[in-house]
Design a protein around this ligand. Sequence first.
Ligand code: MG
Length: 462
Amino acid sequence: MTLIKSISGIRGTIGGQAGDNLTPLDIVKFASAYSQWIIKRSGKNEITVVVGRDARLSGEMVGSIIEGTLTGYGINVINIGLATTPTVEVAVTGFEAEGGIIITASHNPKQWNALKLLNEKGEFLNDAEGKQILKFAEEEGFDYALVDKLGSITRSSYDNEHIEQVLGLKLVDVKAVKERKFKIAVDAVNSVGGIVIPELLRRLGAEVIERNCTPDCNFAHNPEPVPENLTEISETVKCEGADLGIVVDPDVDRLAIVCEDGSMFGEEYTLVAVADYVLSKTGGNTVSNLSSSRALKDVTESHGYKYDAAAVGEVNVVDKMKENGAIIGGEGNGGVIYPELHYGRDALVGVGLFLSLLAEKGLKCSELRRLYPEYHISKNKIELTPELDVDAILTKIKDKYSNEQVNDIDGVKIDFANGWVHLRKSNTEPIIRIYSESGSVEEADKFALMIINDIKKIAELI
Ligand code: MG
């Protein structure tokens, strides 16, 4: 039973006591706070907010409460129903709305749900904006609309428009992709990806084999698109003789590719491949977060451009992309952000660009993968006793490796010649997460072990 309030929204488990879980009362309070904020921000008399949801069991319940609360605050709602996270984002600008709310708990298990809040550009709110809404929710100084000022409700879909926008991107080479007549297996973990991804692929002339594409959120496997959860699609690709497999998470902001031989293209390499394609056509810089593969830096520099790392969190990546004028960026977890359409992770955009690259190269998926530098990430954590000062430990690690390239904008990241280690403390538990990367799993594990031993020694001395 959990309710987590953060600057990017509110998330929690469904059912139980208000204040401890994501209950109707909590949803009303938070949606009211967002209404108060968006009215103040826009300063307009007529305000429209787009609402959309993934296929979770609780989605309709949460959505109807949000819809009722916003209209009760005098805000017009355009409810686009079952929709991906990027579809809600582009719908905000498409409908010229003042904001948006996405109802999704992404890859979390089915008892979870969450509200993610968007501004008038369809982008996530920044730190200060998120804090303001949490403050409004705390104060409960809500002022609802009088009867003749209630908002209206419009029900619509934006799937077709979103798909058309992706197909309309200059770098999505519809003709070349159609000519390849790809045979593609899709696993959408029975969420909204099951609606839009097969449709997008058919419009790209592909033969589609659907697996887990019924949007009833009956998660057929752990919904996080990482290798251990992708055995079924890997088998399907091989058995059906498909050219590739496409996997998305329940709200379709993450994209993973499976090669024709059933091997993983690797979630980390979705962005790497797509960036390689974009950079070969349009010059410019790239950004990913500190925990993403070094392969993006290598590929960017091989094209003669500059790579920058951002703190973890989509809003931080987007801010950094704007700051250095990046033409492509995202996260190593399969999140592709291509500002040509919008500043949000978008698996549909990722699919369009990836297939264009594959069509242009005329290679098999596994052959394409071999063009990129080989890196492996190892993910570990170390549990500490609660009385230990985690910040002090991180500072000591930073000092110890001060001769290496150290970045401390988000935890401590140490770049060595042949790999890196990124340490971040958890905000909720006394643990330090240690991500490391190198040319082989063994080398990456070695980096992690070295730092774990350092931490243990420091902890003994504190
Ligand atoms: Mg997601």
